[in-house]
Design a protein around this ligand. Structure first.
Ligand SMILES: Nc1nc2c(c(=O)[nH]1)N[C@H]1C(S)=C(S)[C@@H](COP(=O)(O)OP(=O)(O)OC[C@H]3O[C@@H](n4cnc5c(=O)[nH]c(N)nc54)[C@H](O)[C@@H]3O)O[C@H]1N2
Ligand SMILES: Nc1nc2c(c(=O)[nH]1)N[C@H]1C(S)=C(S)[C@@H](COP(=O)(O)OP(=O)(O)OC[C@H]3O[C@@H](n4cnc5c(=O)[nH]c(N)nc54)[C@H](O)[C@@H]3O)O[C@H]1N2
Ligand code: SF4
Ligand SMILES: [Mo]
Length: 666
């Protein structure tokens, strides 16, 4: 038995360190790394038995060729050589007839490792394929932060230890950022209060002293209402504002007339007394710390909402104080130069860019050339992309040649012409950086590939050869690529202990002593007023909504990670696709707990099992988790209801900006 280090590859801010117990070439147990400063020896329920995902009987272990109708899931095993030959022949034919832009890559965050995640870029640039704008997650959140703070570094999570008021705003931390609880618990022991601001009572509310339930998509108004009270009652830090803030007076002249607690109460559904209380407590706290989630950014006003909330700490001058500030996400891009993997310079001519949130439209509507081939890796668009009916309609096209590189027979793989078996993170090399802390860690394979699985990078090297791309870049191994990034590290990474990184342990990127007051904006100040924006000052605009009765909040389930972990019966066996509804709403429309209901809007209909609960406010229904259709009571999952509309800025997804009607299944 050996115990080897690895890294959790999933799209989660925690990027945990793993200790993998290996017996006879198999992973038999996985633990949290006690020496990893953020993981601190614990794992989430999903990864506590990662070995069950790695050695699942559901793993795809050979290449497969479709034998039944698209979507039927009927395939026959073929060799790697046959699979690559088949792709080569099809692609050469498509390129001859339509040009390489008729080929569309589709990938996202099945793995966050920099090599395997970006492995397709150099290949598809060389081929001249269409490009994918990878904006499904939270670009509106990034946009909102940047509009106020520019490239300012986000506070370290250790800051939380010194905070006396931790505000979890639009984040389901117990499901999506569980290790931050270590830090919050330290603060709580020293008397800190915790607020949760969400659209319903998630399980994260258990650890909060106060739950504030806001109407979906209205948090911008809440922040403006709090700022109104702070300005009106002169609870500001005038000295800080004078020195570090641009545009406070201009903001004040709009929020005083426009965002009274009474008006904000009408918008948000929160009483004006609570809004006033929140403003006073926030302003009077010594060091309030906001952990801002992504939930509230997935609306058509999402970027502006984030921008508005991001202004709050500046008004009360908490940036310089230990424990104060706002963490939307740590940005560590500059530590590792991914351009050495992505190689945009391999592109001879610029090709068109397709927004991944609009895959449904792209597959069905695009012309000159139409999409004639789709290559999916590290993503499951049939389940995770909005407007599922349109996506499935596109995937079902007989004339589209679809290749899916996957670990399991998920909703997308069922529509493939050719499936290629993918490795898990325990079977390949990579290097990881985090977006919830400042750690970087390298991982080596700890077990051999399961079956005939191959890593993304290996497959793109094979495809490059087959397609006649004779660039020696594709003769390298994944470790060669990692070595090349580390050979000339950025100044930031160079200042850390390289030996530790090569040994497979995490290193922490160091933060300058004054990083919290070094505002990296063009003015050098916090830009409440940003003259480069078409709306220079924060303001509230309504989310889009739909013409239907209930807001549909469709956020994470603690047992899944996006649609990953659906292969795990131990996690999914109970309570799969529930629709949670307030008892008063259920009584009003004559629905009972446990019955099958149909949620519907102009885009689709989805069957759920109803759960009647007072944890959800009236006018809102909640569907947690992205479930494979085979786990659904009907023939669709939640994204049949969501829309391809984009956010106000950043071209992001608007998953939660959606309304539905609900009725009993006939
Ligand atoms: N267990 C688990 N962990 C995950 C994931 C998962 O699917 N499962 N997904 C991973 C990924 S890819 C990401 S991007 C992160 C995202 O993790 P988070 O930052 O937590 O963001 P979301 O999960 O989108 O939404 C968080 C909360 O926002 C709430 N919310 C929705 N609309 C609003 C609103 O208008 N106002 C407010 N205040 N709250 C609102 C939702 O109810 C939800 O509880 O989590 C990662 N971690
Ligand atoms: N309704 C609704 N929809 C959402 C969201 C929501 O909150 N609500 N959240 C959205 C968000 S924030 C995100 S980030 C997206 C995420 O969407 P995706 O990134 O597509 O996430 P997953 O569903 O986890 O699918 C990843 C797939 O990659 C495969 N995989 C893992 N590792 C590898 C590998 O090394 N190689 C290959 N080839 N495959 C691999 C896994 O088996 C899995 O099937 O979903 C979005 N969709
Ligand atoms: S999913 Fe997140 S919390 Fe769970 S082990 Fe991975 S990084 Fe850690
Ligand atoms: Mo995400």
């Amino acid at each position: 038995m050996q115990v080897l280090r690895s890294v959790c590859p999933f799209d989660c801010p925690d990027t945990c360190g793993l200790l993998v117990h290996i017996d006879d070439g198999k992973a038999v147990k996985v633990q949290g790394d006690t020496e990893h400063p953020f993981t601190r020896g614990t794992l989430c329920p999903k990864m506590a038995h990662y070995e069950r995902s790695v050695h699942s009987p559901q793993r795809i272990i050979t290449p497969l060729l479709r034998t039944g109708d698209k979507g039927s899931g009927k395939f026959t095993p073929i060799s790697w050589q046959e699979a690559i030959e088949c792709i080569k022949t099809k692609w050469n034919k498509i390129i001859a007839e339509y040009g390489a832009e008729a080929i569309l890559p589709y990938s996202y965050a099945g793995t966050m490792g920099l090599v395997q995640r970006n492995a397709g870029h150099p290949f598809f640039y060389s081929l001249g394929a269409s490009q994918l704008d990878r904006t499904i997650c939270s670009p509106a959140k990034g946009y909102g932060w940047n509009a106020v703070m520019g490239k300012t570094m986000a506070p370290h999570t250790n800051e939380i230890h010194h905070s006396d008021l931790v505000v979890l705003w639009g984040i389901h931390a117990l499901a999506t950022n569980i290790h931050i609880m270590h830090d919050i618990n330290i603060a709580k022991k020293q008397g800190a209060k915790v607020w949760l601001i969400d659209t319903y009572e998630t399980t994260t509310a258990q650890i909060a002293d106060q739950l504030i339930v806001v109407r979906p998509g209205t948090d911008g108004a809440l922040a403006l209402g709090m700022m109104h009270v702070i300005a009106r009652e002169n609870l500001i830090d005038a000295e800080f504002i004078e020195k570090h803030v641009q545009g406070y007076e201009e903001l004040k002249s709009t929020i005083l007339p426009e965002y009274s607690p009474e008006r904000v109460s009408e918008i948000t559904g929160i009483s004006s007394r609570v809004i006033e209380d929140m403003a006073r407590q926030y302003a009077n706290a010594k060091a309030p710390f906001i952990r801002l989630g992504s939930g509230l950014s997935r609306y058509s006003n999402g970027a502006m909402t984030v921008r508005t909330i991001t202004c709050l700490p500046a008004l009360v001058g908490v940036w310089g104080k230990p424990g104060g500030g706002l963490l939307a996400g740590t940005s560590t891009e500059s530590a590792l130069d991914t351009r050495r993997i992505t190689r945009e310079d391999f592109q001879e001519n610029t090709t068109r860019i397709i927004n991944m949130n609009q895959l449904g439209e792209a597959l069905n509507e695009l012309k000159d050339p139409p999409v004639m081939s789709l290559y999916v890796y590290a993503s499951n668009p049939a389940a995770v992309a909005p407007d599922q009916n349109r996506v499935l309609q596109g995937l079902a096209r007989e004339d589209i040649f679809t290749v899916v590189h996957e670990r399991y027979m998920n909703d997308t793989a069922k529509y493939a012409d050719v499936i290629l078996p993918a490795t898990t993170s325990l079977e390949h090399s990579d290097i990881y950086r985090a977006y919830g802390h400042y750690g970087v860690q390298r991982a080596y394979p700890v077990i051999p590939p399961v079956g005939q699985a191959k890593a993304n990078w290996e497959v793109f090297c094979l495809l490059a050869k087959a397609m006649g791309i004779n660039n020696p870049f594709f003769n390298q191994s994944a470790d060669d690529l990692i070595d090349s990034i580390l050979a000339e590290p950025s100044a930031w990474l160079a200042s850390t202990q390289h030996k530790v990184l090569f040994d497979g342990k995490q290193v922490e990127l160091p933060l300058p002593g004054d990083y919290k007051t070094r505002f990296k904006t063009s003015s050098g100040k916090i830009e409440i007023l940003n003259p480069t924006e078409d709306k220079p000052l924060p303001q509230y605009s309504k989310p889009h909504g739909d013409d239907a009765a209930f807001w549909l909040v469709n956020s994470p389930d603690a047992r899944l990670l996006n649609s990953s972990f659906n292969e795990r019966a131990d996690l999914t066996k109970i309570n799969k696709m529930l629709l949670q509804m307030n008892p008063n709403d259920a009584a009003r429309i004559g629905l009972a707990d446990g019955q099958l209901v149909l949620a519907a809007n102009e885009r689709g209909e989805v069957t759920f099992t109803l759960k009647v609960t007072a944890k959800v406010p009236e006018g809102v229904v909640v569907a947690e988790g992205l479930w494979w259709i085979e786990h659904a009571p009907g023939n669709r999952s939640v994204n049949a209801l969501t829309s391809q509309r984009l956010t106000d800025k950043g071209k992001g997804s608007t998953f939660y900006d959606v309304k539905v009607n609900v009725k009993a299944v006939d």
